[in-house]
Design a protein around this ligand. Sequence first.
Ligand SMILES: CC(C)(COP(=O)(O)OP(=O)(O)OC[C@H]1O[C@@H](n2cnc3c(N)ncnc32)[C@H](O)[C@@H]1OP(=O)(O)O)[C@@H](O)C(=O)NCCC(=O)NCCS
Length: 157
Amino acid sequence: MSSPAEGIEIRRMSAADVPRVIEIASGLEHAPLYPRSTWMEVVDPKSVPPRLALVAGGPSRELCGFAVASLLPPQAELETIAVAAASQRRGIGRRLIQSLFQDLRRAGIQEVWLEVRVSNAPAIALYRGLRFRETGHRTSYYAHPVEDALLMSLRLD
Ligand SMILES: CC(C)(COP(=O)(O)OP(=O)(O)OC[C@H]1O[C@@H](n2cnc3c(N)ncnc32)[C@H](O)[C@@H]1OP(=O)(O)O)[C@@H](O)C(=O)NCCC(=O)NCCS
């Protein structure tokens, strides 16, 4: 039996990907609603802090996911990850983060941390499965709706 994520390739996000990235994000509850200008900063190699942004797709399929980390050596923050609703639960989110880890290791990053809404069970399950550990809790950290954040981190081997 073939893997559901077969044919999915992970590559760097480019400016040409931004319209589809915005489309994916706009269809998901917990994805960031950044304006186009912010996404253009994300793909700008001169952005401060430097970003590592990956997309998932394939030669003959449209993009179905993305992940972005900001680099603050020796740490990096996983800023966001999202997979289009129709492509979820096929291992694509896991592959995006694993690819991000490979690139982060090459960039000398030793620890990755993130914040996530306490109600975001799918994302928390994804992170726990990748060995992220809970390191803190921020009360009423998010707005619209107000909600606590869970802090998680992972040491890269
Ligand atoms: C979180 C998200 C990126 C996961 O992407 P995905 O491609 O569906 O995840 P995967 O298929 O790689 O799942 C990997 C593991 O994560 C966990 N997981 C993912 N979705 C889950 C869900 N809905 N319920 C429970 N566990 C889930 C499971 O452990 C899963 O492994 P399994 O399928 O072998 O059981 C996706 O749900 C999403 O885009 N959500 C909206 C945006 C978001 O919340 N981003 C995070 C905050 S910025």
